[in-house]
Design a protein around this ligand. Structure first.
Ligand code: PA5
Length: 451
């Protein structure tokens, strides 16, 4: 099966010797065996491995039907969720659809505007979003595996009230779609009580690995992107990742090289793109790797830049600042749209040497020049070539990042499928909010804050 995503590690060799790479390979081979043999920590959360070939077809058809209904009866879809219940859908919609999706005329977009909330606790954001929706018809997709996440629950309470005032309880219930656990959690209880159409987050798939479940698929389908092709891309990647041995598997080699660089003192990976449409793919990737690897005082800190924009902010630091990072660049080979530079009769801006060239040619020259400059500055570079930004490529990219992340986590010796550290802020927040059961903690925290 031809692959649309491939990796180039040649510019990583400045800090990853052949000997280091050879030494790391058996550890990644072992990690892959642990993953596929389901013998490692967190093995109750490996449903994402076979998901592209083993998904609920009946639910998939319901997702498409719900998306068609939302497209026909709503000007706006509100997607309420946070973390893994948010980033995948946003990444896919922003990558695959119009760069100005919500702003472009509906005759171009053809599908409802889509806004995300429940991913922060800002009253200003909520008030402004209410203004944007105005009197228009809207639907809600509330997404929470646990069904109890504060950001999401609070936003849902606010917008449910607005919706019920506008449509009445019965009609509102027909416009609310809940994606949650099949039986547990407050959101499930509420859905059963109110009769919302429900979609399931499978027990064996954690939030940050759930983009190809209903969590991501319903909003993505509403946006008009082709979810069949997205799944097909992931299927292609799954076959590649599973069937190819390490000598023919650059997903395994990605796990090898990033772990060699980490062990050689580079504790930060910067994911760089040259297409603004990939900004939220980077946000999704940051969560995937950050929550999977960052524990037990270990892990590579995942961060991201949008180039060339950030060459005029963080570029200086990457080139000459503290050397604790390496860079992974997503290189989109074929842009979805092309722009050609014209000729001016009088060359006042000095750009006639670019006449007839494409804007993407200039972008690629900036990219290649930057890669070489950063390598010269001592920053190793991994390049990911992506054929183009479409559903097949993106499905493949999602799956390949997930597979490499699972292997990398096992090489690191941690459980890549839990996130115990996320609970710490929640406990403090509940205590400060005065949630019943947190009284002792409340007193302790208030005393500390008053010091
Ligand atoms: O990856 C994860 O598991 C987390 O980021 C969750 O997705 C996030 O905390 C939201 O949780 P929930 O879906 O339970 O509301």
């Amino acid at each position: 099966m031809a692959q649309r995503i491939s990796f180039d590690f040649r510019n990583a060799k400045i800090k990853a010797s052949d000997a280091d790479i050879e030494a790391m390979k058996p550890r990644v081979v072992a990690a892959k065996e642990t993953l596929l043999g389901r013998t490692g920590e967190g093995n109750a959360f490996l449903g994402w491995i076979d998901l592209p070939v083993n998904y609920d077809k009946e639910e998939f058809a319901r997702i498409k039907a719900a998306a068609a209904k939302i497209q026909s009866d709503s000007d706006v879809l509100l997607v309420i969720g946070i973390g893994g219940s948010y980033l995948g859908a946003r990444a896919a919609i922003e990558a695959l659809r119009h760069s100005f999706y919500n702003a472009v005329d509906r005759s171009v977009r053809k599908t409802p505007e889509i806004y995300f909330c429940g991913n922060n606790l800002s009253s200003t954001y909520v008030k402004h979003l209410i203004q944007v929706i105005g009197d228009r018809d809207f639907s809600i997709n509330v997404i929470s595996k646990s069904g109890t996440t504060t950001e999401c629950s609070v936003a849902f309470r606010l917008f449910k009230e607005i919706m019920e005032k506008k449509y009445g309880k019965e009609e509102a219930a027909k416009r609310i779609y809940a994606t949650t656990d099949k039986e547990k959690g407050a959101l499930k209880t509420l859905s059963n009580e109110e009769g919302y159409e429900s979609f399931i987050v499978p027990d064996d798939i954690g939030g940050r690995y759930s983009v190809l479940t209903a969590v991501g698929l319903l909003p993505i389908a509403v946006s008009g992107a082709d979810i069949d092709k997205l799944m097909q891309g992931a299927q292609n990647a799954r076959q590649y990742c599973i069937e190819n041995d390490i000598e023919n598997n650059d997903v395994m080699m990605y796990a090898v090289v990033r772990n060699v660089l980490r062990e050689n003192g580079l504790g930060m990976e910067i994911l760089a793109n040259y297409e603004p449409a990939l900004h939220y793919v980077s946000e999704w990737w940051k969560q995937l790797y950050g929550e999977s690897e960052g524990k037990e005082d270990k892990g590579i800190f995942p961060t991201a830049v949008d180039f060339t924009t950030d060459l005029h902010s963080l570029g200086q630091f990457i080139q000459q600042g503290t050397k604790n990072h390496f860079e992974t660049v997503i290189n989109v080979l074929n842009p979805r749209e092309e722009v050609i530079i014209g000729t001016e009769p009088v060359d006042l801006d000095g750009l006639n040497y670019l006449s007839g060239k494409t804007l993407d040619f200039i972008n690629k020259c900036a990219m290649n020049g930057t890669i070489l400059a950063h390598v010269d500055g001592g920053v190793p570079n991994i390049r990911i070539d992506m054929d183009t930004i479409d559903e097949l490529s993106l499905g493949e990219l999602f799956y390949k990042f997930e597979f490499a992340c699972g292997m990398s986590g096992y090489v690191l010796g941690i459980n890549p499928f839990n996130q115990p550290g996320v609970e710490s802020y929640k406990k403090n927040m509940f205590a400060l909010l005065g949630k019943p059961g947190y009284e002792e903690k409340t007193a302790e925290l208030l005393a500390r804050l008053e010091q």
